[in-house]
Design a protein around this ligand. Structure first.
Ligand code: NGD
Length: 268
């Protein structure tokens, strides 16, 4: 069991929605595409409040995503991640450089929050504890983030980017079965029409001073390459792009590799 529903879920979601539209991205918000934050919250709430958490499925939140992401396309800037949350979001720059799922209104409203409906609770949410897996229903836990991932993948067009972790330990791989990226994003990239995906760029990171487990073209990254090219997309893969190494070194200044980078930068 994890913690229960985040206190103030409703106020946080509505507040984040206003902040997203009128503070963070005022220029992207014009009279025609302003979303009604209360209506968005109510659509979300009616999917989950008073409902048993373990009965959720992949259509539970459909109306919410339809409303929150209506008319959105992300062209040449969509960025996906698997095992690289922090560095990806530092790099995407809140949508300035690239756009991740978490930079869309639908996901920004709830990212990092916890919630679960409860049919017996007076408030319709369980604020004490939420089950983190539902024995007989794998979909319960995927209901929100699975559909979020699928919907975002369907909005991505042109060249897209995915940042993978080539230093995964404990038998995990850079491209992993059962990850959201492999199960909900990769299979849903558009293959036809004006908004099709043309090229998939994998960026593979190795944490400074940690063992290199996989590079482009090796092991799971080979599988990924085959999957992508067999589906008719162009593919490129790059190990440790410099701009990403610099971001990682910002937090690991003492690592041997980062000291070398520092010396080279001084000479340049
Ligand atoms: O630092 C973190 C973090 N690290 C991992 N996770 C994190 N969530 C944070 N808010 N901050 C969570 O680990 C993440 O929410 C997932 O639930 C889970 C699995 O992540 P990981 O790293 O193993 O990669 P996946 O391929 O399974 O999923 C990431 C992709 C990415 O392209 C997003 O567009 O799937 C989308 N996604 C899925 C689930 C949840 C995003 C989320 C999310 N924002 O919570």
């Amino acid at each position: 069991r994890t913690n229960g529903t985040t206190c103030g879920l409703k106020e946080i979601m509505i507040g984040r929605c206003y902040e997203y539209q009128f503070v963070k991205y005022p220029s992207a918000t014009n009279q025609h595409n302003i979303k009604n934050c209360t209506a968005l919250y109510e659509t979300f709430e009616s999917a989950v409040r008073y409902k048993s958490h373990c009965n959720m499925n992949m259509s539970t939140y459909k109306d919410y995503f339809d409303l929150a992401l209506a008319g959105v396309h992300v062209i040449n800037r969509a960025m996906f991640w698997s095992g690289t949350y922090a560095v990806t979001h530092a790099y995407s720059g809140s949508g300035l450089n690239y756009i991740t799922l978490e930079d869309t209104l639908a996901a920004a409203m709830v990212n990092g929050l916890v919630w679960c409906g409860n049919e017996n609770h007076t408030e319709g949410f369980d604020f004490n504890s939420c089950p983190n897996n539902c024995k007989d229903n794998r979909w319960a836990d995927l209901a929100f983030w699975g559909l979020a991932s699928k919907t975002f993948a369907q909005l991505a067009a042109g060249e897209i980017f995915v940042i993978l972790n080539g230093s995964q330990l404990h038998g995990r791989s850079a491209f992993r079965n059962n990850s959201y990226f492999s199960d909900f994003e990769l299979p849903n990239f558009r293959r036809h029409g004006e908004y099709r995906v043309t090229k998939i760029n994998a960026l593979v990171l190795h944490s400074p001073d940690e063992k290199v487990m996989e590079r482009c073209g090796e092991k799971s990254l080979r599988l990924l390459e085959d999957l992508i090219t067999n589906n008719g997309f162009e593919y490129a893969c790059k190990d440790d792009p410099e701009e990403l190494i610099l971001i990682m070194c910002g937090n690991q200044w003492e690592a041997r590799e980062c000291q070398i980078a520092r010396r080279v930068l001084r000479q340049a």
